[in-house]
Design a protein around this ligand. Structure first.
Ligand code: ZN
Length: 112
């Protein structure tokens, strides 16, 4: 199965420029190599979570989802953790994670 491809980009922590995909920020010239490496590893962990969910491997899905969430938690990692909780039949945790995902989604909608 092919790995999902999407543009790897991060937000510069120095000047807050969004969608930087080069090792150096084009605005402030900050070194973003380590940040891009972490984002690469996070996406790999997300991909591993999806693969484990497809194979109904709850332990591997849980491990990979937690790993991705610890590297940089966002709506997507919350959703993956909720799906993993469903697979593990931890329904209360799945509902709580889904509520956090929904709250994060509404917060994104309120951003200017
Ligand atoms: Zn910058």
């Amino acid at each position: 199965m092919a790995k999902p491809m999407s543009l790897l980009a991060v937000r510069c922590p120095v000047c807050k420029l969004d969608a930087v995909s080069t090792p150096t920020c084009r605005r402030c010239k900050a070194d973003l190599q380590l940040l891009l490496q972490v984002e690469t590893q996070r996406r790999h962990a997300q991909w591993q979570t999806l693969q484990a969910l497809r194979q109904a491997d709850a332990a591997q899905a849980d491990y990979a989802a937690e790993k991705a969430d610890l590297m940089h938690g966002d709506r997507q990692t919350l959703r993956l953790r909720a799906l993993t909780a469903l697979l593990k039949r931890q329904f209360a945790l799945a509902v709580a994670l889904h509520a956090m995902h929904a709250t994060a989604a509404s917060g994104d909608a309120n951003k200017p």
